[in-house]
Design a protein. Structure first.
Length: 165
């Protein structure tokens, strides 16, 4: 995996929700009969039950960024690639590869927003969770309020410049 040596912003869990007016057509399988009910199995798969008593497993729907026509092209191909490269799987692969290297390990810096940190703290709010966080991140702890302040300052500058010009 070829990560660059420059600092890169990583948003691992960005979720782009489809618009309510998503017009991606869904192929409906009419050969199996009319669906009477859908149930969720213990492993998380969905099973459809037909009126005649037969059942079949439903396939997971997949919609790519190319399928979304409601965005009017605001998501470019480069952004689509960027989002797909910054997945949890890519992150975990990087951690595994970095852990197995005897020499030349790369330093990984992760910035957590106050909202994410609060959510994480609530999820593992017990002594073992606090111990885990303090052991894992004891060498590299950084707070990102300063970067948020710079971001807001830049936003105000852009807004004022837009009004004046």
């Amino acid at each position: 995996m070829a990560f660059s040596t420059v600092v890169r912003l990583k948003e691992v869990d960005d979720y782009i929700a489809p618009s309510k007016s998503c017009i991606k057509p869904v192929k409906i399988d009419t050969q199996r009969g009319k669906t009477k009910a859908v149930r969720i199995e213990s492993d998380g798969t969905y099973t459809a039950l037909t009126e005649d008593g037969n059942s079949y497993t439903l396939k997971k729907a997949k919609i790519s960024l190319n399928d979304c026509l409601a965005c009017s092209g605001c998501i470019t191909t480069a952004e689509s690639v960027l989002i797909s490269e910054h997945s949890v799987d890519t992150f975990m692969q990087f951690l595994d590869e970095n852990r197995n290297q005897l020499t030349g390990r790369r330093i990984l810096a992760i910035s957590l927003s106050p909202q994410s940190l609060t959510s994480l703290g609530e999820k593992i709010m017990h002594d073992s969770g606090n111990l885990l966080l303090s052991q894992r991140f004891r060498r590299w702890i950084a707070e990102d309020h300063l970067s948020i302040d710079f971001n807001q300052l830049d936003l105000v500058r852009s807004f004022v410049a837009g009004i004046l010009h």
